[in-house]
Every structure is written in structure tokens, then in C-alpha cells.
Design a binder for this molecule. Sequence first.
Ligand code: 1CP
Length: 344
Amino acid sequence: MTKDKLLLRALAGETLDVPPVWLMRQAGRYLPEYRATRAKAGDFLILCYTPELAAEVTLQPIRRYGFDAAIMFADILLIPDALGADVWFVTGEGPRLSTITGADGVARLKPADAIHDHLAPVYETLRILRRELPEETALIGFAGAPWTVATYMIAGRGTPDQGPAHELRQSDQATFDALMDRITGATIEYLSAQVDAGAEVLKLFDSWAGSLKGNAFDQYCVAPARKIISALKLRHPDIPIIAFPREAGQRYEGFAKATGADCVALDTAVDLNWAADVVQKDGCVQGNLDPRLMVTGGTALTTETQRIARALGNGPHIFNLGHGITPDADPENVHRLLEAVRGG
Ligand code: 1CP
């Protein structure tokens, strides 16, 4: 019965007349009802760790728009938090963390399998969502990929070029590798527990994959993804997994095969004809509307949406943005997007 869900059908490799649609960051600051719940929670981490509130903000965009999938409300930085790093969010600025600069920083972290007590509220959020979601809506769990999570744990914040993480991997590879291994192990445990709690699809966000080049891309983006995906498929053979190696460029080619992912999410820069020929031949692709069009709207939004749906329409496709919807997006534009995908 669950295979009737459009998202699961696309992930299983089916070419559909109308692709399933959801949006990265669909629960977020562009929605007034999110801002109200966020204000009620006060602190961003409290919102993530209060199952009733996290489930509520996950459901808000489903009620408003009827997306084909809900992504549980949480953040990729809950893993560092569960491993014992200090994590806090500065309103209007973004995340802040204690920094890891050497071996002692990794030594202070908890073991990979010691995260579950801390993350129990996330699992509870998933259980609530499985009860409350409409039966046609698929439930997505997620984690950050090890490289992206490591960039925050090393720098203590978001960075434009991931400089501190690149410096550590070059100056102290043993420490860097130990950190990557710890995050990889914790991510396997975390995602596996998400499936046990009701997630029907998993997504691995490697938002900063684009700054890894050549061998470093293989070593720190492809290899950890392969390790995580193969461990999860051993435990949960039927769980579909979406990988998002953002800004991977040419390295999108062969990524699904190299990692075992069922679907790769394409960022805004990926050429659609190339992706249809080279990436979609290996399976489902997701993407890749420019989130700026959700701010500007108009006929450009409609024509670009239809162009993407057409270009990727000859194979399995999940319609999405190429990156998260931004706080200045117009909620009305989501209706226009859905009409352009589903209505025509
Ligand atoms: O105050 C607020 O409301 C903060 C905004 C916000 C939101 C809505 C943050 C802080 N995180 C989230 C939720 C979130 N983050 C989700 C929820 C589900 C959904 O998509 O609706 C998801 C999947 C994430 C994932 C995430 N967090 C990523 C990977 C995807 C991406 O956007 O590249 C990353 C890099 C983060 C870190 C993070 N968390 C928040 C911010 C502002 C950032 C980026 C910080 C930076 O690099 O400067």
C-alpha cells in the first residue's frame, strides 16, 4: 500500500506523468505559521527537541500545500550536539559550535552509539508524524553527510569556503579522519533509528561537497556516503536513500552507482539535458529549481518549473528546488509552482 505514495514510486525507478513534489526547507521562516511556532519555542534547538512542536512545523506546509513528502523538522547539527559538542543558534546569524582543532577535541566526543538518549525526541517526532500525516504523504528522515557536518564542527560556524576544515585535513589528517569516522558511525546509528521510528525515505545532505576536489571528493564525499548507505541497506534493505552532493558538478556522474544511493538531488547549477543523459540513466533524480524564483515568481517561475519537469520527465524524477527555500520567498509562489507541476 505504501508503494502507492508517489515519492516511493519515483524512488523505485518509475517514470510518472506528474512527478512528486516537495521543497527543501519547506518548513521554515517564509511561512507565518512557522514563525509563530518558532517564537513560541523561543530557541531553535528547543523547537528541534520538542516533538509536538517539531511535528507541528513539519505538518504546516503539508496542510497548506499538500506536498507529496514531509521532511521531519530537525537540523544536521543535532549530531554534533549529541556527540557532546556545544551547539547553539544565534538568531539572525546561524549556528555556533565549539571548535575541534586537534586530537583532544575528537577524544572528548562521545562514542558513535551513545547518541540515542540525546536524539530520542527526534525519533518521537517521527512517530508522531507517522500517525498524523495523510496516507499519501511520504515521511523523509535526514542527516548531514560527514564532510558537511565536520566543516561546522571544525570551524564552529558556517564558512564560505570551508577553509578551517580543509586546513585541518591537510595539517593533521589523523585527527580529521578520526572525526570523519566518528560522524560516519553516529550517522549510521542515527539514520537507522530514524527508520525504526517511521522514516520511509532518508536523505543525506552534503551541502559543502562542492569544495572537495579530485581525490578529496572520493575520500570525503563518496566513500563516507557509500559506507553509510551500505550499512543502512544491510539493516533496512528496502529503505530508499537520496544523496545531495551539492555543487558536485561533473562528479554527479556515477555518484548513485558509486554510493548506492537510489536518487541524487541536483543543485541549481546542474544542466538538465546533461543530467537527463548522464545522471538519470542510473536512476531517480531530484531537483532543481532556483530558489530565487520562489521570491520573484511571475511567469518565469511557471516556465522554468515546466521546463525542468519536461527535461527530466522521461525518467524517474522528484520535483524540488536546487537548494532550500529562503525566508524571503512568497508563500503564494508555492501554489504557482504546484500548479505548474501538477496542473498542466
Ligand atoms: O531560526 C530558524 O528558524 C533557523 C533556520 C533553520 C531551519 C528552518 C535552520 C538553522 N535549520 C532549519 C531546519 C532544517 N535544516 C531542516 C528542516 C527540514 C526542512 O527542510 O524543512 C533541514 C533539512 C536542515 C538541514 C541543514 N541545516 C543543512 C543542509 C541543507 C542546506 O540547507 O544546505 C545545513 C547546512 C544546516 C545548518 C544550518 N542550520 C540552520 C542554518 C541557518 C544553517 C546553515 C548555516 C550556515 O552554513 O551558515
